[in-house]
Design a protein around this ligand. Structure first.
Ligand SMILES: NC(=O)c1ccc[n+]([C@@H]2O[C@H](COP(=O)([O-])OP(=O)(O)OC[C@H]3O[C@@H](n4cnc5c(N)ncnc54)[C@H](O)[C@@H]3O)[C@@H](O)[C@H]2O)c1
Ligand SMILES: O=C(O)C(=O)C[C@@H](O)[C@H](O)[C@H](O)COP(=O)(O)O
Ligand SMILES: [Zn+2]
Length: 362
């Protein structure tokens, strides 16, 4: 088992990564012992893992374990579905000491975390991520929330979990398309912060796609380290943290514009990184080789590299709602060579031309 810590003063917490951790009661006990627990999961993950987890939570000393099972899909990351979590918490007479456990991918993690942040103005929560994407990225850092038709994650809170338990074995049931989505965020971590890591990911792509367990544990650990380092320096995205949004300015526009759930988050981010890299090349920030390399890794990960024909105007309209924007100006996360990132505005005509020439439609 690997363990690391997210250093945030009195909101610090451990991340435990390993095989079979869903059965390790002693890892859950420090947070759940003597408490009522509400497991928040969905109709896909619940039948696979909720019984196992609930037994472990009881063994860890939980007073009572309840489960709320939400419909599966990005299109349900919304108000009416969130309300179902509050309904369940109230129906079971949960109180401020109740612990919410989010068992699932990033959608469940973001919604469960948001529900925990708001219920009785904040109850403890644990992330139990079961997709590669949620294990390497969304379970760490405390961004929680839901979508709005006009923009991704528009309503939410920064609210840290007290514990992250990452059981690599859950990846055995993950569909291939979802595995690729996780690789998008992994590539992002390398591209913004660690070229040696990008090399490892690139060279081992076939083994990663083959779900080599040792390699997966290694990348989950390294990605968590990179993300935890950024988050511990800038928890609420005053500046630095925005680099974790590389590929997301375009990616979020794709997700909202195509209709939530059509393009998966990781797919939109993969494509968004290719668009951003092309823009960086045109701005003289990335060489043609670097930009081509990033595109090649994205394609190797079996992610889409071509934007959908959403139309350039629609892209611009959706990106005008991006949370990073400053005084009406769209701010992009751009690379200054691979491994170094910062936020910056970009010339609108150049962005439009880049999108058009990449095939986004006019
Ligand atoms: N908070 C953050 O920092 C952060 C970071 C990245 C992404 N996100 C958010 O996370 C979401 C994407 O997360 P995701 O890619 O995990 O998608 P997801 O939560 O929709 O999960 C993908 C699919 O895999 C299924 N699934 C989950 N675990 C499984 C398993 N072990 N076996 C079989 N099927 C399984 C789910 O039911 C779902 O159908 C987006 O909403 C995105 O905005 C948040
Ligand atoms: O943790 C962060 O910060 C990130 O930007 C990580 C992203 O991978 C993630 O998709 C996040 O939810 C995007 O945040 P948002 O603030 O752009 O909604
Ligand atoms: Zn993301």
């Amino acid at each position: 088992m690997h363990s690391l810590n997210v250093d945030l003063g009195d909101r610090s917490y451990p991340i435990h990564i390993g095989n079979g951790l869903l059965a390790r009661a002693e890892l859950f006990a420090p947070v759940v012992s003597g408490r009522t627990v509400m497991v928040c999961t969905n109709t896909t993950v619940g039948p696979l893992y909720a019984d196992r987890l609930n037994a472990t939570l009881r063994e860890a000393g939980a007073k009572a374990v309840h489960t709320v099972t939400l419909p599966d899909g990005e299109e349900y990351k919304d108000w009416p579905t969130l309300q179902r979590v509050f309904d369940a918490l109230l129906q079971h007479h949960c109180d401020r000491k109740t612990v919410l456990v989010a068992l699932g991918g990033g959608v469940i993690g973001d919604m469960g975390g948001f529900a925990a942040s708001a219920f009785m103005r904040g109850i403890p929560f644990i992330q139990v991520p079961t997709t590669l994407l949620s294990q390497v990225d969304s379970s760490v850092g405390g961004k929680t929330g839901i979508n709005h038709p006009l923009g991704k994650n528009m309503i939410g809170a920064f609210y840290q979990p007290q514990l992250v338990i990452t059981d690599i074995a859950t990846l055995n049931t993950l569909p291939d398309r979802e595995l690729s989505c996780g690789l998008a965020e992994i590539i992002k971590h390398g591209a913004i912060a660690d070229t040696a890591y990008l090399d490892v990911v690139e060279q081992n792509m076939p083994a990663l796609l083959n779900r080599d367990a040792e390699l997966l544990a290694l990348v989950v650990k390294r990605s968590c380290e990179i993300k935890a380092d950024v988050v511990s320096k800038d928890e609420r995205e005053g500046g630095l943290r925005a680099i974790l949004n590389f590929g997301h300015t375009f990616g979020h526009a794709i997700e909202a514009g195509m209709g939530y759930g059509q393009w998966y988050h990781g797919e939109a981010v993969g494509c968004g990184m290719v668009i951003a890299a092309e823009l960086c090349k045109r701005m003289g920030r990335l060489s043609a080789e670097e930009s081509a390399r990033l595109k090649k890794v994205v394609i190797q990960a079996r992610l889409p590299a071509m934007p959908p024909k959403l139309g350039v105007n629609k892209f611009m309209e959706l990106m005008a709602h991006d949370k990073k924007n400053d005084a009406g100006a769209i701010k992009y996360v751009l690379l200054n060579g691979l491994g170094k990132a910062n936020t910056s505005p970009a010339d609108e005509a150049l962005v439009r031309q880049t999108l058009l020439e990449l095939g986004a439609g006019d």
